[in-house]
Write a protein that binds this ligand. Structure first.
Ligand code: UD1
Ligand code: UDP
Length: 356
């Protein structure tokens, strides 16, 4: 059996890494097809280096563009490769344009398609990711749902039960596999002059947030209020999209907010695990913070990770600065253990067992 693993962005590299490792461990015939949606060193190569991943057999280098052009370029490139280097199964992960293109290409060629992290729904069609994930789910042969909630969403949409497998999320595997390595190899707190529990960690990159001056302004103002009230820095490893928009809108980064370059995975995990709490609009961070026992304040009004809110690990506050500071007041106090909400770290093993 030959497996093609299609990926293109930071979270896909991280969440596919345990599956790639599992293929290597079992000596399975597999290859990586990178679309090049992310290409800056700190959004791409750093993860291949640090996570010891093999170089992608193919890289389409599509880069950034409008949604249609980017997806179309990927679709044409992926189709060419899948016709030449024909796999038995294609795996895609998550909800990016790379996933949409990979899923369409495989489906049109009648190659069996597996969607890792299936069944997530924000029910917000303004998010490009919601369209991508809905389409990918409906054309997949194997839907690897992380939780029972995701499985139920899929059933509610008429997807057949026998195509759905609740496996947990491979992010748990990635966290477990890299946390120990992180402890041995990096000391990001010392490097940045921070103390355990003595800072907040923030990220923001959702298009509907950072491309809107009112929302981005609200987020930055929220960070300012957090620093003023708690006297602890807000460490902000900023996504390139966000850096670009801060500059385009002519915003100043408030004092107390330490905007830094994006970090590699071991350093980022360490920073996340020792933060007082996390402020973010990232999907992956809502899960990771919960796995690490750190509370999360989500800079959105909806989430496709409702399990985190249900257990009290996460609160939704949107982008209004007053709601952000209220959310932080509520979440700042203590760490907790929310158990195996997203699985026990064996999702990648289960996924390969199912397609094998
Ligand atoms: C994409 C995904 C999003 C995911 C995120 C992970 C889609 C529609 N969006 O959003 O779901 O959460 O990745 O981080 O697929 N840029 C660089 N270097 C890079 C990549 C991007 O400078 O390596 C800048 C460019 O200015 C680019 C902008 O970031 O125009 C946005 O990149 P893009 O890949 O279109 O979307 P993301 O916001 O990264
Ligand atoms: N991440 C990282 N360095 C950073 C910021 C994030 O390694 O500076 C990791 C983080 O640990 C998580 C993933 O990137 O696993 C989340 O990616 P992102 O927020 O870009 O995308 P999303 O999860 O929202 O799709």
């Amino acid at each position: 059996m030959k497996i093609a693993i299609i990926l293109g962005t930071r979270p896909e590299i991280i969440k596919m890494s345990p599956i790639i490792r599992e293929c290597e461990r079992r000596g399975l015939d597999h290859y990586i097809l990178h679309t090049g949606q992310h290409y800056s060193f700190e959004m791409d190569s750093v993860f291949f280096e640090e996570l010891n991943l093999p170089t992608a057999r193919y890289n389409l280098d599509v880069g950034s563009s409008t949604h249609g052009r980017q997806t179309a370029t990927m679709l044409a490139g992926i189709e060419d490769i899948l016709m030449r280097d024909v796999p038995d199964v294609v795996l895609v992960q998550g909800d990016t344009n790379t996933v949409l293109a990979g899923a369409l290409a495989a489906s049109k060629l009648h190659i069996r398609l597996g969607h890792v992290e299936a069944g997530l729904r924000s029910f917000d069609r303004m998010m490009p990711e919601e369209t991508n994930r809905v389409i990918a789910d409906h054309i997949s042969d194997y839907l690897f749902a992380p939780t029972k909630t995701s499985r139920q969403y899929l059933l509610d949409e008429g997807i057949h039960d026998e195509r759905i497998f609740v496996t947990g999320n491979t992010i748990v595997d990635a966290v477990y596999q890299n946390l120990e390595i992180a402890k041995e190899k990096v000391d990001v707190l010392e490097r940045l002059g921070l103390s355990e529990g003595g800072y907040f960690l923030a990220t923001a990159h959702r298009a509907e947030n950072v491309d809107d001056p009112v929302k981005l302004g609200g987020i930055l103002n929220g960070f300012r209020l957090v620093y003023e009230e708690f006297g602890m820095p807000v460490v902000f490893p900023a996504h390139p999209r966000t850096v670009k928009m801060i500059s385009e809108f002519g915003f100043d980064v408030p004092s107390g907010t330490r905007m830094i370059e994006p970090l590699g995975y071991p350093e980022f995990l360490q920073l996340e695990g020792d933060a007082r709490c996390v402020l973010t609009d990232s999907g992956g961070l809502q899960e990771e913070a919960c796995i690490l026992g750190v509370r999360c304040v989500t800079l959105r009004d909806n989430t496709e990770r409702p399990e985190t809110v249900d257990v009290g690990a996460n609160v939704l506050v949107g982008c209004d600065s007053e709601r952000i500071i209220e959310g932080v007041r509520k979440m700042v106090e203590c760490r907790d253990d929310w158990g195996d909400l997203y699985g026990d770290g064996t999702a990648s093993e289960r996924i390969i067992n199912i397609i094998g």
